[in-house]
Write a protein that binds this ligand. Sequence first.
Ligand SMILES: *Cc1c(COP(=O)(O)O)cnc(C)c1O
Length: 358
Amino acid sequence: MIPAAKPEIGEDERAAVDRVILSGMLAQGPEVAAFEQEFSKFVAGRHSIAVNSGTSALHMFMIAVGIGPGDEVIVPSFSFAATANAVGLVGATPVFVDIELDHFCLDPAAVEAAITPRTKAIMPVHLYGHPANMRELSAIAKKHNLLLLEDAAQAHLASFDGIPVGAWGEAAAFSFYPTKNMTSGEGGMVTTPSASVDRMVRVLRNQGMERRYENEVIGFNTRMTDIHAAIGRVQLTKIEAWTAKRQQNAAFFDANIKGVVTPPVAEGAVHVYHQYTIRVVDQDRDAFAKALADKGVGSGVYYPTPIHRLPSFQLDVDLPVTETAAAQALSLPVYPSLSQGELETIVEAVNAVAKAGA
Ligand SMILES: *Cc1c(COP(=O)(O)O)cnc(C)c1O
């Protein structure tokens, strides 16, 4: 069976972890500081602050940029729940807006239509590694004097108009969960151009203190450990080559897959293929996935239920494109270690299932 996802991790990461363990210093320290500096190179030199998960990165920056009760934050419903949870956790209201079917990211026209006097921020998700339309979203944010935030959990090294994701808005969050394009075991990163947001996230992750026992605000323990940072640093040296391999795999699929809708890339966008997500239009998507599994090809459904309909939100909003995407999207294996033989097996399986069902 070809699994849907497979983390790349091995001897280099093990050696780095050994080094930290043998140093006897395990908690946040020099490895975290070095990881932050090295990560900044991938976000146009912005400040980077490491935390213990992508969810914490979102939560900490929400507080640091000043979002709270009474504020509305425009987000997609077609995402992982953490996107909206971060808004809810600070007492603000997520306003769910529809997406563009081609790229599965926020529809700028729908965003502009959803702005109210309470809107404080727009937070696109660069879903599956395809950047949202940051050209238009940043223009809308400027025009209406709103904060632009980014959920870049799935999009390390993606860019739009030559500007990397994580370098567009007031703050962005990356995830290093094992299935993401790079991992630290668990972990996350906040990036920001703002010295005050940088400082506040550092204070919040450490119990609200910069100087020991002089707690300034009510804070958290969302620190990253040096063990996790050491893994992340090794992965960071490999992420460019892995991304190129994901893009090559995607190009092979684009050229050879027939009978389903392959994912187009927007003009100006660099897609990093966290997922290679097709749309199954003429058949039942779940039956399609099962038929692929019978041929030894794993796949993933991200996400079967839009966030606004989850038991945790239960909001009655009409998002027809989101519903279509949730019914049709199917993610194929695209990770860097796929062999040419496996790529061919995936293409043959998809084409056979598409043809049989047509
Ligand atoms: C993975 C993910 C998160 C959360 O990251 P964790 O590191 O798992 O906490 C947030 N948003 C999106 C879109 C994600 O895919």
